[in-house]
Design a binder for this molecule. Structure first.
Ligand SMILES: [Zn+2]
Length: 310
């Protein structure tokens, strides 16, 4: 009886509250068994130590799946400790939603001690090989003496997903889905079928400016598909998780729509790329965090793509 009582108290503390704290590290249980750490908005800095992306995990009756691992071994290790405060079950899978360093570079915090299957898009290994060196050099600049070579991710660790792959975490099935060109050309999402929680990775941003590292036309089509998903909860790659899904998607589609329309017009009117980055889409500047940091890059990516449009 006493054991049952302790269990019930523990369950309430850990599972019944939407938000609870593991040390100073905040976890939000967005749906039963789906735990998210919401990263901060500012870009990578020594103050936030790269804690900028939304990362988390899903707990089944048999094991745990981690979704994204943060910007560094430090961020990955904190997430790993937070998992241990929620459950003693083993981690059986790590899913990397895409190559960007704020989602990837904490991976070795999970793989260094034990063999864990790491899942990613079938195009992810190539992206890791292509971009790793650049990402590690940037990380070294940020971390200084705290940087170690252990951050280098071995692309051959990735078990490729092409289509939909279902994992059983113990009375809890999750689906990993590989997408076409969207935020990048190698995004995967994760859906917890038990609670219908959709982990979008960086396919979707909330209040943080959407980032385009692929093809704007195909990204817009993917967002149209996401708008029709039958889901109860969601996790986006950056930003708050408490706004209505359709509002978050409508805002992001509006931004990409403005970008598409105004970049096409700029090309048609012979506006140079150098001028376009400072004029196209600036009507959106008040609506997004980190607009100054990423908008010009979005214009550049769209412009160089649409320039060759038929
Ligand atoms: Zn990203």
């Amino acid at each position: 009886m006493r054991i049952l009582l302790v269990y019930l108290i523990f369950s309430r503390l850990v599972f019944a509250h939407d938000v609870h704290e593991t040390s100073s590290y905040q976890l939000q249980e967005v749906a039963a068994g789906n735990f998210v750490h919401v990263g901060s908005f500012p870009p990578y800095s020594s103050a936030n130590r790269g804690d900028i992306a939304n990362i988390g995990f899903i707990v089944g009756e048999k094991c745990v799946a981690v979704i994204d691992t943060g910007s560094s071994l430090h961020v990955g290790s904190i997430l790993k400790s937070a998992i241990r405060r929620v459950t003693a079950l083993p981690i059986c899978a790590v899913i990397v939603t895409h190559v960007h360093p704020d989602h990837l570079l904490g991976l070795n915090a999970f793989t260094k001690d034990q063999p864990i299957t790491v899942y990613g898009h079938h195009r992810l290994p190539k992206q890791i090989r292509t971009r790793s060196r650049f990402y590690l050099e940037s990380l070294e600049q940020y971390l200084g003496t705290a940087y170690t070579k252990d951050h280098a991710v071995d692309a051959s660790l990735i078990t490729p997903v092409n289509g939909v792959l279902t994992l059983d975490l113990g009375n809890r099935l999750i689906e990993i889905k590989s997408w076409g060109h969207a935020h990048t050309d190698h995004d995967v999402s994760v859906t917890d079928l038990k609670t219908r929680t959709f982990w979008a990775g960086d396919l979707v941003f909330s209040e943080h400016i959407p980032i385009l590292d692929s093809n704007i036309r195909q990204y817009s089509e993917v967002l149209g598909e996401l708008q029709n998903l039958d889901i109860n909860h969601y996790v986006v790659g950056h930003g708050p998780l408490d706004r209505p899904w359709h509002v978050v998607l409508t805002e992001q589609r509006r931004y990409l729509g403005v970008l598409l329309k105004e970049v096409r017009a700029a090309i048609k009117n012979d506006v140079s790329l150098m001028d376009a980055v400072n004029t196209v889409g600036w009507i959106e500047s008040e609506h997004w965090h980190n607009f100054d940091l990423y908008h010009r890059r979005n214009v550049t990516t769209s412009y160089t793509d649409l320039e060759w449009e038929e």
